[in-house]
Design a protein around this ligand. Structure first.
Ligand code: CFM
Length: 482
């Protein structure tokens, strides 16, 4: 059933296909149209393909220097904007000399008009050489195409190949100019293939064990990876390679030696798990560690694969004992609160069930920036009848959802947070988190505490709003929602 909040036929007819309400009785019900170009004129919340490569995947690797081939703007926005911490621990037991190297430094070529006219390859070459000199610690140099480079056509692969030989270390070019796809999802795809084609299989690990896994699509947002790692450590499972939270360049190179790949973010990284399975025969398993129920189910599945069921049970039991009484307290406080979940993709199917089952909240709307059909199928499975599901909402639609449905809480990103706040709705960041980690058992408790603090913040009682509706001006105080 199309979702008709405003007159889409008249205003933005293309948007009609992107909006649905879950309706079990309607056999024609489909999933929203998705993964297509943003409708011109819509204020989209999406990111670009370059952001999908550097901002999501490669930027989490701790021992690599990043050279962005761009005018200064893309370089600036590629810098340190994501909360993925790294340790200085290296696979051989040594320490990487610079703390949070991945977040502290970024290098750009500062493309200007004359480079656009005469080509930027000389400048790129020079910048990579200077970077190698400035950061001799870096174990590799990754370099990124951007929109300008896509237009002028610099052959970045040629420069990377030449300099790999000259410098004696890997220089890898990622060709995902911002405009090359509808969203950052295109950049995920390019990053997976580039890393696989250039690196996987080029180095051997120092040692292997029968319990080695690749943890794929886990970027260590606010320490998520370290939560999962603590469970695996207790179970006797070793993360041989992480793709790519707190990872090293070498770890990517020896991903072919794992016994099993676990795919955590199934939007951004299933590609490389597939490629590794096809070429090297390493099987993979899709996993979900958000919320206690899914976390327990998936630890059991991983435990079963390795014959470590009893160890998985121990981890589950000990963590549940810690969080259960606290979750009961918060459920009392949060039950019935209406929530709208809006992130890039998978977190939109990870969170609805745990919010409803563990906290008694009511998920009224779910929207994504760049999810594909398979992700929308999962969202549909995991939300209740009547939930609004919509793709790539624009600012106008976001305001209308808030006005019409008056959620008690929004779970989203920094771009939406202040729009929600201005409209008197509390908002918790689920991209980069508030006080994370949010994954696993204790992570879900952290999320719950942040939700509670946001919803019950007394500031919302001090605000009064006027909404213009068809019936005239409607006054609303947030106290009414308590
Ligand atoms: Fe995967 Fe991610 Fe996500 Fe993502 Fe992202 Fe993210 Fe996300 Mo923000 S890799 S798709 S591109 S789970 S940054 S850690 S939260 S939109 S739902």
């Amino acid at each position: 059933m199309p979702y008709k909040l405003f007159d889409v036929d008249k205003d933005i007819p293309e948007r009609k296909k992107h909006t649905y309400v879950k309706d079990n009785a309607d056999p024609t019900e489909d999933i929203p149209a998705c993964n297509t170009k943003t409708v011109p004129g819509c204020m989209t919340e999406r990111g670009c393909a370059f952001a999908g490569v550097k901002g999501v995947i490669t930027g989490a690797i701790k021992d690599v220097a990043h050279v962005v081939h761009s005018p200064v703007g893309c370089t600036f926005y590629g810098y340190g904007s994501k909360r993925y911490p790294t340790s200085q621990d290296m696979p051989d037991g040594s320490k990487f000399p610079i703390e949070n190297f991945n977040l502290k430094y970024i290098v750009g070529t500062n493309l200007t008009e004359s480079d656009v006219v005469f080509g930027g390859m000389k400048k790129l070459r020079q910048t990579i050489l200077e970077t190698a000199k400035e950061f001799p610690e870096a174990n590799a140099i990754y370099t990124y195409s951007t929109c300008t480079v896509g237009l002028i056509g610099d052959d970045m692969d040629a420069v990377a190949k030449e300099l790999s030989e000259e410098l004696g270390k890997d220089v890898v070019a990622f060709n995902a100019p911002g405009f090359s796809g509808p969203t950052q999802s295109k950049g995920h795809h390019v990053a997976n293939h580039t890393l696989f084609d250039n690196l996987v299989g080029t180095r051997e690990p120092l040692e292997t064990t029968p319990y080695d896994v690749n943890l794929i699509g886990e970027y260590n947002i606010d320490g998520d990876l370290w939560v999962i790692k603590s469970y695996f450590d207790e179970m006797g499972i070793r993360i041989l390679s992480s793709f790519s939270g707190d990872s090293t360049h070498d770890e990517i190179c020896w991903m072919h030696r794992a016994k099993l790949s676990l795919v955590r973010c199934q939007r951004s990284a299933t590609y490389i798990a597939d490629l590794i399975e096809q070429k090297y025969g390493v099987p993979y398993m899709k996993v979900d560690f958000f919320g206690p129920r899914y976390c327990a189910e998936n630890l059991r599945a991983v435990g079963k694969y390795f014959g470590l069921e009893d160890k998985a049970e121990k981890v589950i039991e000990s963590r549940m004992k810690d969080i259960k009484p606290q979750l009961e307290f918060y459920k009392e406080k949060l039950k019935g609160k209406k929530v709208w979940v809006f992130s890039g993709g998978p977190k939109n199917w990870h969170f609805p069930r745990p919010l409803e089952e563990e906290l008694g909240m009511e998920v009224i709307a779910v929207s994504t920036m760049f999810e594909h059909e398979d992700g929308y199928e999962k969202i549909k499975e995991r939300v209740d009848e009547g939930t609004i599901i919509f793709d790539d909402p624009n600012s106008l639609e976001m305001e209308e959802i808030i006005e019409k449905y008056k959620p008690d809480l929004m779970l989203s990103g920094i771009k939406e947070k202040y729009l929600a706040h201005k409209m008197g709705v509390p908002c918790i960041l689920i991209h980069s988190y508030e006080n994370g980690p949010y994954i696993g058992f204790e992570g879900f408790l952290n999320l719950t505490k942040d939700i509670y603090a946001a919803v019950y913040n007394p500031v919302w009682n001090m605000l009064e709003f006027e909404y213009e509706t068809e019936g005239g001006i409607e006054e609303m105080s947030m106290e009414e929602t308590e």
